[in-house]
Each structure stands twice: as structure tokens, then as C-alpha cells.
Design a protein around this ligand. Structure first.
Ligand code: FES
Ligand SMILES: [Fe+2]
Length: 441
């Protein structure tokens, strides 16, 4: 009945608008989990989260509780967090070290880090002549169908078929290249642990907000203004304000018309990019010291190429938002049609001077953390959107801004010049959504 009721999903998505049920219907949410989150590549974590054998992190992929674990063979495995005996969660903690093997807390079945059954208490006498034993794969923990990593960022797909990770990510790989290349050692390292925020709204509302270049100067205007006042006061008193104030005051000083000057790039599979807007290469002593280290590592020409990459935000559909120049990443984990967990992480550039890390930490705390007004501004909108969409006041959500003016090029849809506030990224995400939902039928 469910499948019949929503058999023709194309009725829900038009190129410039989407029906409200896409956000609030629990039946559609279930199908999304099957056909999108439990099928395509979902970010699990960074390899540096699990440096030692036995280290694990619990992670939600679609509706499935999973574990990312480092094996004795140094490989990173992704397993379902479930004991094959009677279904107990193997690890109840969010992260930890399993020791030399996993041991279920219920009846002490044990498993290697790759999920293979190791021992069952008194296996011979207990299971002789039965179907259960080490040769039966049903007695091992189940692995994710596919696991791949790109520059240390680990993804899993719960479907055996589908595009490989590199093909799926396509141009959005620049998020990881940009982040890692900015490190003198070419690698980043996680800073444990993350902030976890549960939003009372559908997961797509968060993703659509990420490249919404119109909203910052409206939604975050009051935050930006307050920060600007303090910044000016400090400037007046000391001659110079810390760069971190600029991160907040930019919400007031970068007005809507200026946002139109940036650009969005929209790629297959729903990935999108918003080009940069914040001057992150000031001539302060910290930046100059960093540039000296970078030049030593890469040479002048390559350093200029690396630091010249002009990105603000890369959205990797359906669950990741990366701000590479500031080493931030937010992973989106849908929990229910109206509940969404975001994990907010930041990274350290290996080999970079400490003040550059402090800059990343400042952005993490001031802009992305649950403690900041910026996050509160957004969360209130997300909740209110979900409430409004739950009403019967209208059937459609509009993505019509600058519709029909996008520039279609091979492999990318660009917003036309001076249309940075276009809703092209939302249209691109919903286009991918419709394709994924159809493919899964
Ligand atoms: S449920 Fe895990 S050993 Fe029984
Ligand atoms: Fe925002």
C-alpha cells in the first residue's frame, strides 16, 4: 500500500519546486533510507579517529548502527554493530578500544576486528552437529558491502553495486584535496571529539541550508552586527581586532548583493560547491609564518596554487558538508523524518604552526558549534520550516530563485554571473534525490 501510494515519486519533485511530503511523510523517509542512505557512499569518519588496532567509532548509516574499526592488519573495517548470536549491539559506547578482538557482553561470542567469528564458549560441545560454527558466515559480524577511503576520509556503502567512491565523489573530491593540501605534510588529523546536535527537522532542510547564500545576511544579521560592534570597539582601543571576530562580523558586512557575486557549481549525484567569500589570507604574522612553512614544503608555485583555491563550502550529497579552508566537516545522520543528528568535526593541518590550528578552532567554536548564536539562528529556522511544512497551508516548497538561468556545461551546472544566491544547489540536490529514489525501485 505504501509503495502504491507513492509509486510515482516523480510527482513529488519538479525542477523548481518540491512537494512538502518529501520532508514530513514518514513513509517517504523509510524509502529514502533504503534507496539513498543505505545504498550510496556515506562518510564514516577519518582514519585518524582509529589510530590503534581495536580502536572503534560507532556511526549511523541510514537506519543501521555501524562500527568503524582499525584491525590488527592496520586496515579500517566497517561492520554492522550487531552480534550474530541473538542480536546484541556489539559496542554500546560511541567509541573506544575493543582490545585484541570484539567480545559480546551477552554470551561472550568473540570476533576478529574484520567481523569474522573467533570463538564461541564451549563451541564443540554446544554446537556439534548444528548449522552454527566458524564456517557459517551467519555466525560472523556482517561487514558493510563496500568500504573505501579518500585521503584518509573513510566512506562505506551498504550496497554491493553502484559507482565506486572516486566516481561518486567526482569533483567534490576537491573538499578533501583542498583540506589536505593546506597541510605542509599533506595530511590532516582529527581533533576528537565532535559536537553532536539533534535537530528537530528533516535531514534535507539542513543540507539545503548549507549553500543557501541568501540566508546568512538575513538569518545571521543580528549575530554579525553584534560581533561587528565588538570588533570595532577592539579595533578602536588596540588598533587591531583578532581575526576570529571577522568570522562572525562577516555575516553583517557581506550583504545580499555581495553574496550574489559568488558562484555555485552543481555536479552529478547532488554534490555542490559555493565559492569562497572570506579573506583567509591576511598579512598577519601568523599567516606569514604559515606561508613560510608551506613554501618550504611545496615551493612557491605550488603553495600559491594551494592557497589560491577559493572554496567556502562543499556539499557531498547525501550527508556531508565540508568547509575545507577552515578544516571543518559536518556529517548528517537522519534519525527519523523529523529528527536529524549532525556531527560537527574539525581537523588539524599536520605540520602547520599552532596559530593556524587556533584559527580553525575559533571558527569551529564561533560558527559551527552548538554554543554559538550562528548555530542557534539556523536551528530555529530548521525547526520552524519543519513545523510549517507539517501544516496544510501549502503543498509546495519553492526552489525558483534564478531558475532557468543556470549555465549547463559538461558535467557541471553553474550559476550565471552575479547569481550566487541562486537556489541551483537545492534544485541539484532534489534532482539527485529523485534519481536515487527512482533507481532504487
Ligand atoms: S547475543 Fe552476543 S553472544 Fe549472545
Ligand atoms: Fe546559517
Amino acid at each position: 500500500m505504501l509503495q502504491e501510494r507513492i509509486a510515482d515519486l516523480s510527482k513529488f519533485v519538479e525542477p523548481d519546486r518540491v512537494r512538502r511530503e518529501v520532508y514530513v511523510d514518514p513513509a517517504i523517509f523509510e524509502i529514502e533510507m533504503q534507496r539513498i542512505h543505505e545504498r550510496y557512499w556515506i562518510y564514516c569518519g577519518h582514519e585518524s579517529q582509529v589510530p590503534k588496532p581495536g580502536d572503534y567509532y560507532a556511526v549511523q548509516i541510514g537506519r543501521q548502527p555501524m562500527l568503524m574499526v582499525r584491525g590488527n592488519d592496520r586496515q579500517v573495517h566497517v561492520l554492522y554493530n550487531r552480534c550474530p548470536h541473538r542480536g546484541n549491539l556489539m559496542c554500546g559506547d560511541r567509541h573506544g578500544n575493543a582490545g585484541d578482538f570484539f567480545r559480546c557482553s551477552y554470551h561472550a561470542w568473540t570476533f576478529h576486528h574484520d567481523g569474522r567469528l573467533r570463538t564461541i564458549p564451549m563451541m564443540e560441545s554446544g554446537y556439534a552437529g548444528t548449522r552454527f560454527g566458524p564456517d557459517n558466515p551467519d555466525c560472523s559480524m556482517k561487514q558493510a558491502a563496500r568500504v573505501e577511503s579518500y585521503r584518509g576520509f573513510v566512506f562505506a556503502s551498504l550496497a554491493a553495486e553502484g559507482p565506486g567512491l572516486a566516481e561518486f565523489l567526482g569533483e567534490s573530491r576537491v573538499a578533501f584535496d583542498d583540506m589536505c593540501d593546506r597541510a605542509p605534510e599533506g595530511e590532516v588529523e582529527i581533533v576528537p571529539n565532535c559536537f553532536r546536535v539533534i535537530q528537530r527537522s528533516n535531514w534535507k532542510i539542513f543540507l539545503e541550508n548549507q549553500l543557501d547564500a541568501l540566508h546568512p545576511s538575513v538569518t545571521h544579521q543580528s549575530t554579525g552586527r553584534a560581533a561587528r560592534e565588538v570588533e570595532q570597539m577592539i579595533e578602536k582601543n588596540t588598533g587591531q581586532a583578532p581575526l576570529s571576530y571577522h568570522m562572525l562580523s562577516a555575516f553583517a558586512t557581506v550583504t545580499i548583493d555581495k553574496w550574489d557575486g559568488f558562484q555555485t557549481l552543481n555536479y552529478p549525484y547532488g554534490h555542490c560547491i559555493l565559492t569562497g567569500y572570506m579573506g583567509l589570507r591576511p598579512k598577519d604574522p601568523d599567516t606569514l609564518a604559515y606561508e613560510a612553512v608551506m613554501q618550504k614544503a611545496y615551493g612557491r608555485k605550488r603553495m600559491e596554487e594551494i592557497l589560491g583555491v577559493n572554496l567556502h563550502h562543499v556539499l557531498i550529497y547525501p550527508g556531508l558538508s565540508v568547509q575545507s579552508p577552515l578544516q571543518q566537516l559536518r556529517a548528517v545522520r537522519p534519525l527519523g523524518v523529523d529528527r536529524t543528528l549532525t556531527e560537527i568535526w574539525h581537523f588539524r593541518l599536520k605540520g602547520a604552526p599552532e596559530p593556524i590550528y587556533r584559527r580553525s578552532l575559533a571558527y569551529y567554536n564561533l560558527v559551527n558549534s552548538p554554543a554559538t548564536l550562528v548555530n542557534a539562528d539556523d536551528l530555529e529556522n530548521f525547526w520552524k520550516c519543519h513545523q510549517g511544512l507539517s501544516s496544510q497551508a501549502g503543498d509546495w516548497v519553492s526552489f525558483g530563485r534564478h531558475f532557468g538561468r543556470d549555465l549547463e556545461k559538461p558535467g557541471v551546472t553553474e550559476t550565471a554571473p552575479n547569481m550566487g544566491t541562486s537556489e541551483a544547489p537545492m534544485r541539484n540536490q532534489m534532482k539527485a534525490w529523485a534519481q536515487f529514489m527512482r533507481n532504487g525501485q
